[in-house]
Design a protein around this ligand. Sequence first.
Ligand code: SF4
Length: 172
Amino acid sequence: MQSAPLTMMLAFLDVQKWRPRSVRRQGRRIRLFTLEAGSCEGCAMELVSLGSSAYPLGGSGFQRVQHPEDADWLLVTGSVTRSCAGDLASAWEAMPAGRSLVAVGDCAHDGGLWKNTYATLGGLHALSRVYGSIPGCPPSPASILQALVELAEGGSSPTGSHASSASRRSRQ
Ligand code: SF4
């Protein structure tokens, strides 16, 4: 049986091909699959609010899907605990080509409050070279939606910083 860090490393081998693609230009919504990877679930609860009349996810060019096989973007919340690493790797591997990875909240970015604990792998920062990031603890539904729109529209924009509402991460 592989260790959790090795499982994640193997799963994300191809993530360097990550490019935030605006599939809207192809005439359809961007399909989102969300995965909670070990946290207080604050960020996950804020994500639930998206899609209400106050935060029109569909009207902004996105739709939720129930299976990673149908998704364009994987939205990750939580600090990526060792026990959740396998689920995260499986979801990523199940997604079709052109997939993208987005950290929602500080925990998903670098482990947040839990970054120095034995139980976590330190968020996506420790696992992947390139991914989108939405900062906050938790980010509000409005800021999540705004950041998703920015990522979709600015897919080829220069790498931003974690202080911005949406950014692409690179540890190169
Ligand atoms: S970033 Fe904050 S709200 Fe979100 S999962 Fe971590 S501790 Fe909870």
